[in-house]
Write a protein that binds this ligand. Structure first.
Ligand code: IPD
Ligand code: CA
Length: 276
């Protein structure tokens, strides 16, 4: 039986390569930085241009899309049953403006709210991560797998330290880092691109990643990749993963994911499909 979405995925990989080239070229020029919701929520002309490139040359006319910069400009962020492209043109904009080398283009494609494929292109490293539901995960065409680590005391954990909300969030976020370090784990890292973090766990370079306050466009591409690489993805509370919930845990094993869920103090971070 032919795979109805494989052609879409192949085309999307090509467009993602063009997007990555556009980002690498922009890094050679002056970058003018604009602010979005706060002084640490940054956007550049390149974020906007890359999103337009993907929407106009990547997506299929009758398909829907949710793109970070389109939502920032007022477009709705509602996940329906329709074929939908969930696009982050630059995941790691802060890295991009500092030329810190973890910058990715992330695309997830859903049908009936299920992720059919995911693409994350870490474009400075030139690593193209891809996953089609049921067909495995790959980096530059080579199959990837999670580490399989079960023992949290032997794990390397990723999280991010975005400080966009109030002091109470900041206190809980730092308290969570303290708690995880004290388990103890081998270490905590913050590469600065949620999508790259998910791929690092998918290929065994780290054993877990947790985050509250990210968005569906940060998670959609990586969610396919971590699942197909044999990893676990769940809500921060330990329940089922919800793409619009703005929070997640991923890990190399259920044991590590569940332990993180048990240790973490949760703070409210709203949803992508409702305001707030
Ligand atoms: C951000 C990155 C960062 C994470 C932020 C995200 P952006 O995405 O993934 O690692 O800490 O929460 O918003 O804004 O660069 O697309
Ligand atoms: Ca972005």
């Amino acid at each position: 039986m032919t795979d109805p979405w494989q052609e879409c995925m192949d085309h999307c990989v090509e467009v993602t390569k063009q997007a990555g080239k556009m980002i690498r070229e922009a890094l050679q020029k002056d970058i003018s930085i604009m602010q979005k919701s706060s002084p640490v929520d940054l956007v550049t002309e390149t974020d906007q241009k890359v999103e337009q490139l993907i929407i106009h040359t990547g997506t299929v006319p009758h398909h829907y899309f949710i793109g970070e910069e389109s939502v920032a400009a007022g477009a709705p962020s509602i996940l329906s049953d329709n074929p939908t492209w969930i696009i982050d043109p630059i995941d790691g904009t802060t890295n991009f403006v500092h030329r810190f080398p973890f910058v990715s283009v992330s695309i997830g494609f859903t049908v009936k709210k299920e992720i059919e494929f995911g693409i994350v292109y870490s474009c400075i490293e030139d690593k193209m991560y891809t996953a089609r539901k049921g067909k495995g995960a790959f980096c530059n065409g080579v199959p990837i797998k999670v580490s399989g680590q079960e023992d949290i005391t032997k794990s390397l954990v990723l999280t991010e330290m975005g400080f966009k909300k109030d002091p109470e969030h900041f206190k809980i976020m730092m308290g969570n880092i303290n708690t995880i370090l004290a388990i103890p784990v081998h270490g905590i890292r913050s590469p600065g691109s949620a999508a790259v973090n998910m791929c690092l766990v998918a290929c065994g370079g780290a054993d877990a990643y947790y985050h509250m306050g990210i968005h569906c466009w940060d998670m959609a591409g990586g969610a396919a990749i971590i699942t197909e690489a044999g990893g676990v993805i769940m809500d921060i509370s330990g329940g089922p993963f919800d793409l619009m919930s703005r929070r997640l845990i991923i890990a190399s094993s259920r044991a590590i994911a569940e332990r993180i869920a048990k240790e973490i103090t949760v703070f409210p971070c709203g949803r992508d499909d409702t305001e707030g």
